[in-house]
Design a protein around this ligand. Structure first.
Ligand SMILES: O=C(O)C(=O)C[C@]1(C(=O)O)C=C[C@@H](O)C=C1
Length: 431
């Protein structure tokens, strides 16, 4: 990979790195310094208070992520506590039996030692000095990194190679927050993250909307005519689809994990026939030139990210809040109208509705002796609505929704991003 000087580029961002950030992946062993740092952390349920517990929790990052059932049949409408933290990730227990009861020398179980609360037990995250550690998917220069900086100025951004690793980094206390894209104004929903929100027990504690301004990047000296391939994150490729065609490039399009990773790959492999779609900051970081600027199909291209934490925030009514829920019903889409009317009757606006396959029970068979068997697809429905869980209207609406559903979970109630509209840099397109 082409050498990149860490000093020439990092100052432009409000994100502070301790040194060149190391990307977390499933094979990542926790650096020793982190093991020491967490030695004193008390996990809920007394879990992970020893180094051995912590290391075994971290070892989960070394195992391949395995998929797990959607939902747990949880019918609670209040955000649940993260009492499973470190005890299990994706339902898989750590190698330590965390339910072990101490046994005395006469073989009698001992009651767990009561430890008085200290002031540090009461202080909120972060637990790592003053700097908040924020996990994101991608490498430095990715839009997710910029979103982390917008959500938490001066945070320490932690790159992760997959969305799921960012979830796990928070669950395992490696990070305090994760910032993940959920939808883009051109490309639509990032379905993977909807599925992961359900599979994991993190809480949505905020949202940020980031104007996304794409550039076409190549090695210095490369001209558009030399290009045979354009690589980027699938969302970025789809956001630039028409513009790429208009540019008249005779190229194949290939998907990679993230936009900045595409730029890094070109630099690392000295690829003179390949361009990346990524940010201007990625060009700077990986020593690429900008062949075309503002190549997104719509200049007001925006991606919405959510911030995730182990604990929910306390909902308020003194500023605009949004609440995100997910629900399902045995009778599938037939209850959808009733559920949505619970909001309509209370004048609560919905800002987003998304459906995903119900992985536990993807098909419902309905037999009709005369005609045959209908096969209905089953869904999980995700709804965002404009009200705080502290608002009685929202509480009543959810009480009603609960009657119509077999599964309901509040993913979070959080302040809406109300930052003034700031279109993507240079609405003018310099193609
Ligand atoms: O690849 C990146 O830079 C990302 O941060 C990911 C991502 C996405 O998943 O949608 C984020 C914002 C842009 O919409 C394009 C890509």
């Amino acid at each position: 990979m082409q050498a990149v000087s860490p000093s020439h580029n990092l100052y432009s961002s409000s994100i502070i790195y301790p040194s060149k950030p190391r990307r977390l992946n499933h094979l990542t062993r926790l650096p020793i310094r982190c093991v020491y740092r967490y030695d004193s952390v008390q996990f809920p349920n007394g879990v992970g208070s020893s180094r051995a517990d912590w290391q075994s929790s971290c070892a989960i990052l070394s195992s391949k992520v395995s998929s797990q059932d959607q939902g747990s049949g949880d019918k609670s409408i209040l955000p649940s506590n993260s009492d499973h933290l470190a005890a299990a990730v994706n339902g898989h227990k750590t190698s330590v039996d965390l339910n072990l009861v101490p046994i005395d020398k006469n073989n009698k179980p001992q009651p767990p030692a009561q430890k008085p609360l200290t002031i540090t037990d009461l202080s909120p995250a972060p637990m790592h000095g003053s700097q908040l550690r924020v996990a994101y998917q991608g490498v430095p220069g990715a839009y997710s990194e910029a979103a982390a900086g917008k959500a938490y100025p001066n945070c320490e951004a932690i790159p992760c190679d997959q969305f799921e690793v960012a979830f796990q980094a928070v669950e395992l206390w490696i990070a305090d927050r994760a910032v993940l894209p959920v939808e883009n104004s051109l490309g639509g929903s990032i379905h993977r993250n909807y599925d992961l929100l359900l599979r994991h027990r993190l809480h949505i504690v905020g949202e940020v909307q980031l104007p996304v301004h794409h550039c076409l990047l190549a090695l210095p000296g490369v001209r558009k005519e030399y290009l045979t391939r354009v690589i980027s994150h699938p969302q970025a490729l789809s956001q630039c689809e028409h513009t790429l065609t208009k540019l008249g490039l005779n190229v194949t399009r290939e998907a990679v994990d993230d936009t900045a990773g595409a730029a890094e790959y070109i630099a690392a492999n000295n690829l003179r026939d390949t361009a990346a779609i990524a940010s201007a900051r990625a060009a700077e970081l990986y020593g690429l030139q900008i062949l075309a600027d503002g190549i997104q199909d719509d200049s007001s291209n925006v991606t919405r990210f959510v911030m995730l934490a182990r604990e929910p925030i306390i909902p308020r009514t003194d500023r605009p809040f949004k609440t995100s829920i997910v629900f399902a019903h045995d009778k599938g889409t037939s209850v959808l109208f009733k559920v949505l009317s619970a909001f309509a009757f209370r004048n609560i606006s919905l800002t987003k509705i998304e459906s995903r396959p119900h992985r536990n029970r993807p098909i419902r068979l309905v037999d009709d002796a005369n005609v045959g068997t209908a096969k209905h697809f089953e869904y999980m429905f995700y709804v965002d609505f404009e009200a705080s869980m502290a608002d009685v209207r929202a509480q009543n609406a959810l009480a009603e929704v609960q009657e119509f559903t077999s599964f309901l979970r509040v993913l979070g109630s959080y302040p809406m991003d109300m930052t003034p509209w700031c279109p993507s840099r240079g609405d003018e397109q310099s193609l």
